[in-house]
Ligand binder design. Structure first.
Ligand code: PLP
Length: 400
């Protein structure tokens, strides 16, 4: 484990840059070198056997742990106010290994209704094949959450803000209810990042991320991470599901995410500032019928947004157009600089149509039930000059 190069109480940006690394350890290299090795040589046969037996510290093989991955885990755990972190090959790997480790056949898991499409498909269609019962609950309705506790769930899982509708779940309130029932609360914090929102400080037990998004920040990698207490993270790490399914992150991806973390705070602040201005611009257009963004004055859950996310709304805007799906498609096709692509948290601003793209894995009936409407577009505001974004948007609006 790397030494800690800075005070754990330093500010978030400082910890994201310095924590856990001392250049003196590696010939003064300012950036910790990347460990591109698949295996590690033991000093002696007995040394190897001792490491396997847990009687000596050391590295064994790339699928179990790697120093680059460990530094990422130290920094992300610190940013999320967690004791431990475990980086993985993708956000979905972080979610599935967490659920498979802590959920067993016969368990019930309560899951919010509005989730990233593949997360939804995992809970709705795949995990049920392993004897786990998934109960979808509208977690914005605390009474419904209370009632659902009668099923004695092992785990409660939600995203907030949720992909793609931007509705929020009250982390503190749901965690309080779940704690009384003995359930583990897992929050997907991908949209907000720990710069804006730290679910563990509000009572959640585990936080998961698609590091592919803001943590990496440059649209050039896949990664995921889970953070929480050692008691909950270590069983996922150990010789458990992550190692047995090969969901390990590559050292190269861990290195890139470490680079991303160094500018996370700056980038998230810039994403939020621009997204607010883009959201205001979209909202004042007669061509849009609704613009959902946490810091806009008409955001339906304003009090909760302020409590959980403070004065930052993040990068994501949900928007509907007069003229429905066709108008939305015309808007996308009329954009020039802004690209039609899934993902978010990149430097490039991206727009996509959830019903036919990221959330097409929900059936039309499920989308209708859960409010993922056909006329909704998701815009992930990037880091370009906001004037250029609004010029592109105004041009496109004038054509629909
Ligand atoms: C909120 C959220 N969670 C998890 C994931 C899955 O992450 P990954 O694509 O890194 O597996 C995504 C992907 O879009 C997401 O938006």
């Amino acid at each position: 484990m790397p030494k800690h190069g800075t005070n754990r109480k330093a500010g978030a940006a400082t910890r994201a840059i310095h924590l856990g690394y001392d250049p003196a350890e590696f010939r003064g290299a300012l950036t910790m070198p990347m460990f591109l090795t698949s295996t590690y040589a033991f000093e002696t046969a007995q040394h190897g056997a001792n490491i396997f037996a847990g009687e000596a510290q050391g590295y064994v093989y790339g699928r179990t742990k790697n120093p680059t991955q460990e530094l990422l885990e130290v920094r992300m755990a610190s940013l999320e106010s967690a004791e431990a972190g475990l980086a993985m090959a993708s956000g979905i790997a972080a979610i599935t290994t967490t659920v498979f480790t802590h959920g067993k056949s016969g368990d019930t898991i309560l899951v919010d209704q509005v989730l990233y499409g593949c997360t939804f498909a995992f809970f709705a269609r795949e995990i049920t094949e392993f004897g786990i019962t998934t109960v979808f609950v509208d977690m914005t309705d605390l009474k419904a959450v209370e009632d659902a506790m009668k099923a004695s769930p092992r785990m409660v899982f939600f995203e907030t803000p949720a992909n793609p509708t931007m509705r929020m779940v009250d982390i503190e309130a749901v965690s309080n209810i779940a704690r009384k029932a003995g359930a583990i609360v897992v929050v997907d914090n991908t949209f907000a990042t720990p710069i804006i929102q730290r679910p563990l400080e509000m009572g959640a037990d585990l936080v998961v991320h698609s590091a592919t998004k803001f943590l990496g920040g440059h649209g050039d990698l896949l990664g995921g991470i889970v953070c929480g207490s050692s008691e909950l993270v270590n069983p996922i790490r150990g010789r458990g599901i992550r190692v047995l399914t090969g969901a390990t992150i590559s050292p190269f991806n861990a290195f890139q995410i470490l680079r991303g973390l160094k500018t996370l705070k700056l980038r998230v602040n810039a994403h939020s500032q621009s997204a607010r201005l883009v959201a205001e611009n979209l909202a004042q257009s007669e061509k849009t019928t609704s613009v959902i963004y946490p810091t806009l004055p008409d955001y339906p859950q304003q009090e909760l947004a302020a409590k959980q996310m403070g004065d930052q709304g993040g990068a994501i805007i949900a928007v509907r157009f007069d003229g429905g799906v066709e108008a939305g498609h015309r808007f996308i096709n009329a954009l020039d600089m802004i690209k039609c692509a899934v993902s978010l948290g990149d430097a490039e601003t991206l727009v996509q149509h959830p019903a036919s793209m990221t959330h097409s894995i929900y059936t039309p009936e499920e989308r209708a039930m859960f409010g993922i409407d056909d006329d909704l577009l998701r815009i992930a505001v990037g880091l370009e000059e906001v004037e250029d974004l609004n010029t592109d948007i105004d041009n496109a609006l004038s054509q629909i």
